[in-house]
Design a protein around this ligand. Structure first.
Ligand code: FUL
Length: 451
């Protein structure tokens, strides 16, 4: 993580030094923290639902399952990491405790867990180290814990979080499930969110905390793999209010940077069930376009089976999914074009910057309504456009229009990344992009592809 931060600082300073003749644009509205920016750039992560449900066929265990039931016959967390790497995923989040309360590590704060010598969480973080980032799901809803539904439970849960984050962290993400039901005493819990979030951040300040409403990232509002076509990374979180109804689009005038995470399972259920099968490549590509392509991060669940391994049929489709993305995005047809657009004084903010792959170079437009044209030496064929705003300076674009060959395609937000699939292939030597922003647009990438 330190190395990554250093890279950003060095890249930004080199850029700043070469741009002395003009001050960079002021940030607009809330902006991502370094941890949120690094998180967003991961683009696709793996979710692993694994626990007693893997063995019972249930989706929500009731917490009465005997501990001995959880008994993987050939557990191999390194195989999960192999699959994630092959699929081009940058992180894995493990359900260390689901709603049944069963802990995949020996916890001092529960009576329902693995044996000390079968510490799955330890094997998981060891397997991830140096290869992919590790994240953790710890359900606040606990159908086993006797104190659930009493004020005492909040402290139990805080201690649990501290135990996990101090002994097994750092984790790049903490996943707080929004589901909240009754405990064994028939009572629901009033969660102490400030306590839970504070505990995680004290132990692990770089952790991005997921919940329905953040503070690190937010639920997109469905489990089908779809962000809103309009998707702001800002959200209103006034006075700690937990409003969950606009996760798919966010709030144009939101007061906090809380980007959308799109969680969806490769199979019908979250846990592995013998009779279920993974989605097809086409379905996964559709999900990719509707999540990463709509300013979201895709968290794709790939559940290990009763052996404690990811089944071959899931890894095969994941590899094919990766190959298809590699194929589609192999050649940026905009490279070599000539870009023109009015920009802030100083050559370093010019339109040509949208065509390089360096993250920290960008076109900084002068007006809230801005036009950029790409001209080609010869007619160029494409049917997909990728747009990226430079989000370290905030999310600005509220409307865009792509004009080419007498046709016009319109959209609303861009954010970290927006992929526009055109209904048909275009062949042209000139494309015009019109952007309307809440502040002058700052665009770091425009790319064209042929699917
Ligand atoms: C939901 C849970 O109830 C499901 O079991 C699953 O963990 C999913 C990711 O979140 O709220």
């Amino acid at each position: 993580m330190k190395k990554f931060v250093l890279q950003i600082v060095v890249a930004m300073s080199v850029f700043a030094v070469s741009c002395r003749e003009a001050a960079p644009p002021e940030p607009f509205g809330p902006v991502p923290t370094e941890a949120q920016l690094a998180w967003q750039r991961m683009e696709i992560n793996m979710f692993c639902h694994f626990g007693p449900n893997t063995f019972t066929g249930a989706e929500w265990g009731d917490g009465t399952e005997p501990d001995s039931l959880f008994n993987p016959s050939a557990l191999d967390c390194r195989q999960w990491v192999d699959v994630a790497e092959q699929a081009g995923m940058k992180g894995i989040i493990l359900t260390a405790k689901h709603h049944d309360g069963f802990c995949l590590w020996p916890s001092a704060f529960s009576g329902h867990m693995v044996a000390a010598e079968n510490d799955v969480l330890r094997q998981f973080v060891d397997a991830c180290r140096g290869r992919v980032k590790a994240g953790v799901y710890i359900s606040p809803w606990d159908r086993n814990h006797p104190t659930y539904g009493t004020p005492e439970y909040n402290m139990v849960f805080s201690n649990t979080l501290k135990e996990v984050h101090s002994n097994y962290g750092p984790f790049f993400e903490q996943w707080f499930d929004g589901a909240c039901g009754e405990g064994p005493n028939g009572k629901r819990q009033e969660y102490d969110w400030p306590l839970f979030e504070g505990t995680v951040m004290d132990a692990n300040p770089q952790c991005v905390i997921f919940s329905d409403v953040g503070p690190g990232c937010r639920w997109v509002g469905n489990e089908e793999g779809r962000a809103g076509e309009t998707n702001w990374s800002r959200l209103h979180v006034k006075d700690g209010a937990r409003r969950v109804d606009n996760g798919g689009c966010g709030d144009a005038d939101g007061d906090r940077w809380i980007p959308a995470e799109v969680d969806v399972s490769i199979r019908p259920g979250w846990f592995w069930h013998k009779e279920e099968h993974p989605k097809t490549i086409d379905e996964l590509m559709e999900i990719f376009y509707n999540s990463v392509g709509r300013n979201g991060l895709l968290l794709l669940n790939v559940p290990p089976d009763t052996r404690g391994r990811i089944p071959a049929e899931d890894s095969a489709v994941l590899v094919a999914f990766r190959q298809e993305r590699d194929r589609v995005f192999a050649h940026d047809l905009a490279l070599g074009a000539k870009a023109q657009g009015s920009h802030l004084k100083g050559h370093c903010y010019g339109a040509q910057n949208v065509l390089d792959t360096a993250y920290h170079t960008y076109w900084a437009a002068t007006d809230t309504s801005a036009v950029l044209t790409l001209c080609f030496d010869s007619p160029t064929e494409f049917d997909m456009v990728v747009l990226q705003e430079y989000i370290p300076l905030g999310q600005r674009v509220c409307r865009f229009r792509i004009e080419c060959d007498g046709q016009c395609f319109e959209g609303t937000t861009v954010g970290y990344k927006r992929i526009v699939r055109l209904p048909e292939r275009i062949c042209t030597d000139k494309v015009t992009f019109r952007f309307d922003g809440m502040a002058p647009p700052v665009i770091n990438r425009i790319a064209l592809y042929k699917r």
